[in-house]
Design a protein around this ligand. Sequence first.
Ligand SMILES: [Mn+2]
Length: 350
Amino acid sequence: MPVLSSTVSSHQFSKDNIFGLPFDEETAQLIVLPVPWEVTLPHHPGTARSPEHILKVSKRVHVNLIDEYNGWKRGIAMQSIDKRLLMRSDYLRKEAELYINFLMDGGNLAENSFIQKSLRDVNQGCQEMNTWVYEQTQQLLNKGKNVVVLGGDHSVAWGYIKALSEQEKAFGILQIDAHCDLRETYVGFTHSHGSVMRKVLDQIPQAVHLVQLGARDFIEEEWLYLNEQPDRITTFFYKQIAEMMYRGATWENVCDQIIARLPERVYLSFDIDGLDPKLCRHTARPVPGGFEVEQVFFLLKKLIQSGRKLIGFDLTEIGNGLEELDARVGAHILFRLCNLLLANLYPETS
Ligand SMILES: [Mn+2]
């Protein structure tokens, strides 16, 4: 049983940092970058404010400092939330709402220059957010930090994957998600939660293989796109996995099949809606089915045991409700993923 580091005890609780851990940006190896952004799902707001809810709740949830992984000893710190980005998200979400309402009411976009401008503004704003995430994560990586991106909606992952790709020759992406996120555009939005993995595959050649896990809500365009390139995309639909297990396969068997499709270096893109909706009740697009938290961590443990390396991750689409459940689940998962990532990257100190 690993013992608690003598330098970190419950007496050194930090009221400012995530999980109350006594680190700051200088002393922490792993930096959590919050991206308070949700523009392209205007009718289901919440996730842009999940980083602040998670930060608050994280100081009260019990995090297990004595675990089989002890990567946290390398230090975890969360950057402060960029209020300007949050305000920009709020403003553009209203523009997106106007635009979607106009389309739903049967409006003709070609005849309305006002609504055309709303669409242009949204697309430009999303592009600027991508650049912001790219620059922020690139700076942190250049300082030798490891980075975690905390959304916001799933679109926030693109900038980080782009920055990582400049340091990696070839890596795989493990995407846990109820959706495929492989649309070319989402109702005219060029950079959205529904297109993020499409943009990664189309624009980042170092992402050599995408393994999708848990998809159970997708459209024909995505189905055709993924079937066109079996050498680059492997989708384990939730239905397939469930049926394998109903027939007697164990989760361990399924994990072995998933891991076999991944190259040596793996980026994890974790959309919370990949889980059972009971664990993410206020996510924007919950779908029946999905995983238990422990199933995901068993898979990641097997992944590490196979000799593969996790190189980073994003955690997105966590919702906000009146009760704290969503943020509590998010904080729990965030801590364990940070802990595991650091232990995997620096095994000698864990
Ligand atoms: Mn997603």
